[in-house]
Design a protein around this ligand. Structure first.
Ligand code: CAA
Length: 248
């Protein structure tokens, strides 16, 4: 792949962690295609990245829970920008609540957005990656997929499922130049964390040995490391980045 422009598709690229991942990959020289849900927000987002000097970024608005939309979206990215070297699955939502109160929609929305999307995007890039004999797939899971979390049966199930996909796909692609890894962030200072009631949030922070939330940039660095061509011996791994809150 040397000397070829390398394209990285980051789903959820305009979000809190997604933005930092996009910027790290752009700094590493990738042409970054950021997936988004809200077109107005995405346009402003792209303008502000360009204002910060990130010219090598573009947008892709695909409904990730829709299989055909992902197949078409990947094809469009390849036709417009070139072969996809890196896929980062970072799109995710929470619909927290205890199971006894959880509506079926809370379950379905989270499984669709956080897990079915990963099947859809991986399926959409896998054959082109096999044909080019190269790829880096990085699935952004969560500490809560590793340990479970009160109020998150839906989210934890999706995030744990994501790593099952990672390990299986890593075995299917190990001899084909493609690595597949999971990154499991702990509590990172983003809007998603701010949605947790303050009292609960503060109690959670006390359980983090480093006594602070992580930063999105810390996740971006790790993703850029895994996305590098020289990281080819890391595959099927689930890398914790959580301030010591869970040591599996
Ligand atoms: N462990 C045990 N018991 C707990 C508990 C916990 N962690 N948290 C709350 N409880 C108890 C309460 O003390 C209360 O007990 P009593 O009934 O005896 O008074 C009871 O559970 C409350 O139960 P409810 O079903 O009434 O819960 P609720 O509707 O008040 O709120 C909740 C539940 C919405 C899940 C709320 O606890 C919450 O938001 N928790 C945070 C969940 C969380 O960590 N989400 C992570 C979001 S960020 C993210 O997901 C990113 C990432 O990857 C890390």
């Amino acid at each position: 792949m040397a000397n070829q422009p390398q394209v990285a598709w980051v789903t959820g690229g305009t979000g809190g962690i997604g933005t930092a991942i996009c910027r790290s990959l752009a700094e590493a020289g990738f042409l970054v295609v950021a997936g988004y849900r809200n077109p107005d927000k995405a346009k402003t987002w792209l303008e502000s990245q360009k204002a910060d000097g990130f010219d090598n970024m573009a947008l892709s608005g695909v409904d990730l829970s829709n299989y055909q939309a992902c197949m078409d979206g990947a094809r469009e990215i390849i036709d417009t920008h070139g072969p996809i070297s890196v896929l980062v699955n970072c799109a995710g939502i929470t619909r927290d609540g205890t199971l006894k109160k959880m509506a079926q929609e809370q379950w379905t929305e989270v499984i669709d957005t956080n897990l079915n999307s990963v099947f859809n995007t991986c399926r959409s890039v896998i054959n082109p990656m096999l044909e080019q004999g190269y790829g880096r797939i990085i699935n952004i899971s969560s500490i809560n997929g590793r340990k479970g979390q009160f109020g998150q049966v839906n989210y934890a199930a999706a995030k744990a499922g994501m790593h099952g996909l990672t390990m299986s796909l890593a075995q299917e692609t190990a001899t084909k130049g493609i690595t597949v890894n999971t990154v499991s962030p702990g509590y990172i200072a983003t809007d998603m964390i701010m949605e947790i009631p303050e009292k609960v949030r503060e109690a959670i922070r006390e359980t983090i040995p480093v006594k602070r939330y992580g930063t999105p940039e810390e996740i971006g660095r790790l993703v850029a490391f895994l996305a590098d061509e020289q990281s080819g011996f890391i595959t099927g791994a689930n890398i914790d980045i959580n301030g010591g809150q869970f040591m599996g």
